[in-house]
Ligand binder design. Structure first.
Ligand SMILES: *[C@@H]1O[C@H](CO)[C@@H](O)[C@H](O)[C@H]1NC(C)=O
Ligand SMILES: *[C@@H]1O[C@H](CO)[C@@H](O)[C@H](O)[C@H]1NC(C)=O
Ligand SMILES: *[C@@H]1O[C@H](CO)[C@@H](O)[C@H](O)[C@H]1NC(C)=O
Ligand SMILES: *[C@@H]1O[C@H](CO)[C@@H](O)[C@H](O)[C@H]1NC(C)=O
Length: 411
């Protein structure tokens, strides 16, 4: 009972003091995938999201429980429409009906700003599905306009980096020739609608495919000599930025230099099969921790130094029901019980984080992590792990004192 109150109080305080906790961290987006049968309830996920300083979430559906739980949090949402819905969205009546039941009821208290139409459709090589993408986007755009929501909600579709035929050097980036025609039509629509072009990019795949040639430090944003693009002279010190600029080049070559580009997924698995080289907690911690640090510095890519980088980490949780290699089930920042898979350290200092737990009501984390003893002995808790050390301690102490005071009031 007391511990339950403590827990609730703690969650509440984390919620209330979110901005204070994350001053040293970045504004980052996270993909909230739910292909699992053991995830905490969305209400318990709210403090987790705040704890890592995320300000945006991306869903693969329009889960009403999630959209309700995050009402009033200010977290910005991208919601998804699965590939199986595309064909029917070209029908204006069905598009309108979908918006009326899945989006409109949650606005404006839940800040939904974007709808993704399908996921990585063009690289499935299914010509009929590819042909459905643009009409579905148009159907939804028309329906949004009818509801007067087209100013606040945009329509886009995320692509795999495999839409590129050439990705290196970045200045030579080009789309697959067979996709140029359908992409051009989609891009025309997006340029007019003002929606961002979305790419899912995983330097992990490049490393896994060629670990002897690809320098690990280059893909993990660690210190390394980097590479120079021979035709622009631009220096790249990490692979993700090279991939992003390759997409910029590809867009420019189709005549869409000005389109905003967002990275709708990137991440690194903490576990993999024997042949998945590099899938370790240490590498995942470096990749995601360094990425968040770079995001906090508001650094653009060499081609777009002042561009607004908008990146969504994949993913919030390990998802136990995903098929495929072991890595697929191990991209999460958090385990289903709300404990961090590894300590994300914002300045890359490996001991800055702890391996404590995040309180969730349903997740039954080890109680020790929320007890005064563990806080006062300096064992840091995961939700503070990406703040700087000093700030982390101060925040933890303040939180604890506030929490005690609140508990006294409650009893
Ligand atoms: C799709 O087609 C491209 C180009 O022909 C090919 O490289 C790729 O492997 C194909 N992808 C799938 C999933 O079949
Ligand atoms: C691209 O953006 C720049 C700066 O915002 C603007 O001046 C220019 O007109 C745009 N070009 C096109 C083709 O839209
Ligand atoms: C952490 O990162 C910030 C911003 O990049 C930097 O100013 C600071 O010196 C770093 N701290 C440590 C301990 O590396
Ligand atoms: C968690 O902390 C304990 C004690 O400091 C340490 O022995 C253990 O290896 C850590 N586990 C992880 C996953 O970091």
């Amino acid at each position: 009972m007391a511990s339950d109150r403590f827990l609730r109080c703690f969650s509440l305080l984390i919620l209330l003091s979110g901005p204070a906790l994350v001053t040293a961290s970045s504004s980052i987006g996270i993909n909230y995938g739910q292909i699992a049968n053991n995830l905490p309830s969305p209400d318990d996920v709210v403090p987790l999201v705040k704890s890592v300083g995320a300000t945006r979430l991306k869903l693969y559906d329009a889960d009403p429980r999630v959209l309700k739980a995050f009402a009033g949090t200010g977290i910005e949402f991208t919601v998804g429409l699965g590939n199986e819905y595309l064909a029917r969205m070209r029908d204006p009546a069905q598009a309108l009906a979908w918006l009326k039941s899945n989006i409109q009821p949650y606005l404006p208290s839940t800040k939904i700003t974007c709808i993704t139409v399908g996921n990585e459709v063009l690289t499935l090589n299914d010509t009929s599905l590819t042909a459905d993408v643009l009409p579905a986007m148009q159907g939804l755009q028309g329906a949004l306009a009818k509801l007067g929501l087209d100013d606040q909600v945009t329509v886009t579709t995320p692509h795999s980096l495999a839409v590129l035929e050439t990705s290196y050097p970045p200045s030579a980036g080009a789309f697959r020739r067979d996709l140029a025609a359908p992409l051009t039509e989609i891009l025309k629509f997006q340029a007019k609608a003002g929606s961002p072009f979305l790419i899912n990019a995983y330097p992990f795949f490049a490393y896994k495919g060629n670990p002897r040639q690809v320098p690990l430090d280059f893909v993990l944003f660690e210190s390394n000599p980097g590479e120079v693009d021979p035709s622009t002279g631009l220096h790249y010190d990490n692979m993700l930025f090279a991939q992003i600029d390759a997409v910029h080049s590809a867009l420019a070559s189709l005549g869409f230099r000005n389109l905003t580009l967002h990275i709708s997924e990137t991440g690194w698995p903490s576990r993999g099969d024997a042949d998945e080289v590099g899938a370790t907690p240490e590498n995942a911690r470096k990749y995601n921790g360094n990425l968040m640090k770079i995001m906090a510095q508001k650094k653009g890519t060499p081609m777009r130094p002042n561009g607004d980088l908008n990146v969504y980490v994949f993913a919030l949780f390990n998802e136990n029901m995903k098929t495929g290699p072991t890595s697929e089930r191990n991209y999460g920042l958090f385990k289903p019980d709300g404990t961090p898979v590894y300590a994300l350290a914002l300045n890359g200092s490996s001991d800055a984080g702890g391996n404590g737990t995040i309180p969730t009501k349903s997740g039954s984390p080890p109680l020790a992590a929320e007890t005064p003893a563990s806080t006062s002995t300096g064992s840091s808790t995961g939700y503070l792990a990406i703040s700087s050390g000093v700030e982390r301690c101060r925040s933890a102490q303040t939180l604890f004192v506030l929490c005690l005071a609140t508990i006294k009031l409650l009893f």
